[in-house]
Design a protein around this ligand. Structure first.
Ligand SMILES: [Zn+2]
Ligand SMILES: [Zn+2]
Length: 344
C-alpha cells in the first residue's frame, strides 16, 4: 500500500518535506480489530508537534494521521460490531487500557496507557490501517467522507473544550486562534448558545474575515482589546502570548480552556508578563483539554449530524501531505485540511 511516513524528527522551517511516500505491506487486523480502506484523513496541528518532536512518536518510521474515514475491508475473528463495507471513522485514541480508574469512569482520554493513532500506532496517511473495533465510529450519512474527517479530532476536541468552559446561553465566549477546531466551535456555539456573542482573536486578517463570515460578533488581532470582557475563552494557538492576553480579557470568575497538546517555546518568555491582579486575580481559572474520550466523539458526531455542522475544508491528494503540513505551519488556513487517499 501507498503511505506517507515520517522517518525522522525535523523542524518544518528547515525541512519542507518531512514525510516520504513509500510502499508498505498492508497491515493485518488483530482478533478484535478492523482493517480499513482509507478514503480521507484530516490534517491536524498535532502532526506538526509529532514531526517537530514536541510529542514524538516512540518509534520511526511511523504513518501519521488521526482523523481517518474509510470502509471496513476485513475483520479479526472476534470483531463483530461492524460489517465489511461499513463506513467508519478513527480518532486520536486508538486504544486505552480499559482497566484504570479513568477508563472505568469513561475518561479514556486521561488513561496513562492510551495509544494514539498516527503516533504510537500507524495512522491514516496511508491506503489501509487497522483499529480495534471499539475505537471505530459509525459516520452519520449526512456527511461526505471529507466533511466527516475534521469532525473526528478538530470537531470532537472543540466539543470537549466547549463542554469544559461551562458556558451558559447568553454568556459571551472568546476564541483565540481560528483554525480547524475553532471554526467548528464557533458553528457549534452559535447553535447551542444562540444568545451568546462570540469574539474571535486571530493573527491573520483572512482568519478574522472568515470568523465574521461565520457569525462572530467581533474579530480582532490577538493583542486587541475586545469591546467587552469575556465569560469564557478557548485557546487553540500553538504559543503562549495569546494565553496571557486571554487571561487579561476574562471577566471575574471567568475560565480559560487551553486546547493544545503542546505549546511551542518560541515566545515562552511572554509568561513573564503575567501580572497577578491583571491576569489571575478575581477567581479566574485555567483548564487544559486533553485528547477526546470515546463518548465525546460519539456525542459530537450525533450533535454535528443533527444540526448539521459541516466543516469548511481544503482537500489535498495524499502525495501532497507535505504541502498541507507546511501550509498549516505557515497558518495558511481556511477551515480544515483533508488528505484524499482514495475516491469514495
Ligand atoms: Zn488532532
Ligand atoms: Zn486506562
Amino acid at each position: 500500500m501507498k503511505a506517507m511516513v515520517l522517518n525522522r524528527l525535523v523542524s518544518l522551517h528547515e525541512n519542507k518535506t518531512p514525510l516520504e511516500l513509500v510502499t508498505l505491506p498492508a497491515p493485518i487486523p488483530g482478533e478484535h480489530e478492523l482493517l480499513l480502506k482509507v478514503t480521507v484523513c484530516g490534517v491536524c496541528h498535532t502532526e506538526l508537534d509529532e514531526i517537530e518532536g514536541r510529542t514524538p512518536p516512540p518509534w520511526l518510521p511511523v504513518v501519521l494521521g488521526h482523523q481517518v474515514v474509510g470502509t471496513v475491508e476485513a475483520m479479526g475473528k472476534q470483531a463483530s460490531r461492524f460489517q465489511a463495507g461499513d463506513r467508519v471513522g478513527v480518532a486520536w485514541i486508538h486504544s486505552s487500557c480499559g482497566q484504570c480508574h479513568y477508563c472505568r469512569a469513561g475518561d479514556d482520554n486521561l488513561c496513562p496507557d492510551f495509544r494514539a493513532t498516527g503516533r504510537d500506532v500507524n495512522g491514516g496517511y496511508a491506503e489501509y490501517m487497522t483499529v480495534p473495533e471499539d475505537f471505530a465510529y459509525p459516520i452519520p450519512a449526512v456527511f461526505t467522507d471529507a466533511e466527516a474527517a475534521p469532525l473526528l479530532c478538530a470537531g470532537a476536541i472543540g466539543y470537549r473544550s466547549l463542554k469544559l468552559t461551562g458556558l451558559k446561553d447568553g454568556e459571551n465566549l472568546g476564541l483565540t486562534g481560528f483554525g480547524a477546531s475553532a471554526h467548528l466551535v464557533l458553528m457549534m456555539a452559535r447553535q447551542r448558545y444562540p444568545h451568546s456573542d462570540i469574539f474571535v482573536f486571530a493573527r491573520s486578517p483572512g482568519e478574522r474575515e472568515f470568523a465574521r463570515e461565520l457569525g462572530a460578533a467581533w474579530a480582532g488581532d490577538t493583542e486587541e482589546d475586545p469591546p467587552e470582557k469575556l465569560a469564557c475563552m478557548i485557546d487553540t494557538t500553538p504559543v503562549w502570548k495569546p494565553i496571557v492576553e486571554a487571561l487579561k480579557n476574562l471577566q471575574p470568575g471567568g475560565r480559560l480552556v487551553i486546547n493544545a497538546i503542546r505549546k511551542e517555546d518560541v515566545d515562552k518568555s511572554s509568561l513573564l508578563e503575567l501580572d497577578y491582579p491583571t491576569h489571575l486575580w478575581m477567581e479566574k481559572e485555567i483548564k487544559s483539554v486533553a485528547n477526546v474520550s470515546r463518548t465525546d466523539v460519539s456525542e459530537f458526531l450525533e450533535l454535528a449530524a443533527s444540526i448539521p455542522i459541516k466543516p469548511k475544508f481544503q482537500e489535498y491528494p495524499l502525495e501532497q501531505a507535505n504541502q498541507a503540513l507546511v501550509e498549516l505551519k505557515e497558518r495558511k488556513i481556511r477551515g480544515a485540511k483533508v488528505l484524499r487517499v482514495a475516491a469514495n
